[in-house]
Write a protein that binds this ligand. Structure first.
Ligand SMILES: NC(=O)c1ccc[n+]([C@@H]2O[C@H](COP(=O)([O-])OP(=O)(O)OC[C@H]3O[C@@H](n4cnc5c(N)ncnc54)[C@H](O)[C@@H]3O)[C@@H](O)[C@H]2O)c1
Length: 282
């Protein structure tokens, strides 16, 4: 999508962090934005901030772990703006226990919030984007943890799922005039850990309280420290706008992740080399 001016976007998890950064950068490119988020107060604040900068935006409270809520938000977007061209499936959260401490309810919650919300977003918004024939773009927020398993099993697995979904659909939706990009941020300066804890405690009643609000562990404390010096969400939003304009497949925010990605590819290559040696008897 070379020309973004006057187009409409729907962004999930848009009240804070990366989602707000994407919404801000889109409005700066002349895009009208429907911001959606589970947190009504933060959403009001985000919409008011962008309106104060003369952006054409609105907000809708949506819990993306419920398919019917995404459908309702899509209807509201069409009612407010007439058409939709860009979908940013960004809402998501970290968390869930590691080996030996995980819980079914945490897996269910992360699968819904991180992965099924993206599936449902595409299923519901895809036909709306196709309907007007003007083309469009979908950006799915995964994580570097969707390329290198490096956090918790549930988070990594759901984010690998988002990468796979995006790569699978990219050529298929290109034939229908829709670009697909997957955003794989490294560390970005947000309040994601605190937000995730508060949302889980309020909206995921099946997760035992001791799990939804534990003391931060060593990895999480290190992450909070790294975030203090990390890239700002609005810079990520600007990259996303560039990606939509130029149809990037993968959007990375931290070039210093390259050696860790290469290390994973090397591990995979070793497996292929062993298969070659096995089949050729070499
Ligand atoms: N911050 C990072 O370092 C980082 C790194 C890699 C990937 N990510 C991903 O980026 C995305 C945004 O995270 P962030 O860091 O900006 O966090 P954030 O907490 O600042 O923003 C997430 C937003 O999503 C909303 N949200 C959470 N659950 C929701 C639900 N069920 N329905 C609707 N809205 C919901 C929250 O209210 C919040 O406003 C997530 O998918 C996250 O996994 C973040």
């Amino acid at each position: 999508m070379k020309s973004l001016d006057g187009k409409t976007a729907f962004v999930t998890g848009a009240a804070s962090g990366i989602g707000f950064g994407i919404a801000t950068a889109l409005t700066q490119a002349g895009v009208k934005v429907m911001l959606s988020d589970i947190d009504a107060d933060r959403l009001d604040e985000a919409v008011a901030t962008l309106k104060a900068a003369d952006a054409d935006v609105d907000g809708i409270v949506t819990n993306v772990s419920v398919k019917a809520e995404i459908k309702r938000a899509a209807d509201a977007t069409i009612a407010r703006f007439g058409k939709v061209h860009i979908l940013c499936n960004n809402a998501g959260m970290t968390g869930a226990g590691d080996y030996g401490t995980w819980h079914d309810a945490e897996w269910d919650w992360l699968i819904k919030v991180n992965l099924m919300s993206t599936v449902w977003g595409i299923e519901i918004f895809g036909p709306l984007i196709e309907a007007h024939g003007e083309g469009g773009h979908i950006v799915n927020t995964a994580s570097l943890a969707g390329i290198i398993a490096s956090t918790t099993p549930a988070y990594d697995a759901t984010k690998f799922g988002v990468v796979a979904l995006s790569e699978d659909l990219r050529p298929k939706l290109a034939e229908r005039g829709i670009g697909v990009s997957v955003l794989c941020p490294g560390v970005v300066r947000t309040q994601s850990l605190a937000n995730a804890r508060a949302i889980m405690a309020k909206h995921a009643p099946d997760i035992p309280k001791a799990l939804s609000n534990p003391e931060p562990n060593e990895r999480e404390l290190a992450m909070v420290e790294l975030m203090k010096a990390a890239i700002e969400p609005v810079s990520v939003g600007e990259m996303v706008v560039d990606a939509i304009r130029n149809d990037w497949s993968h959007i990375f925010t931290n070039a210093n992740a390259a050696p860790r990605i290469e290390a994973r590819f090397d591990m995979i290559r070793q497996g292929l080399d062993r298969a070659k040696a096995w089949t050729t008897g070499a």
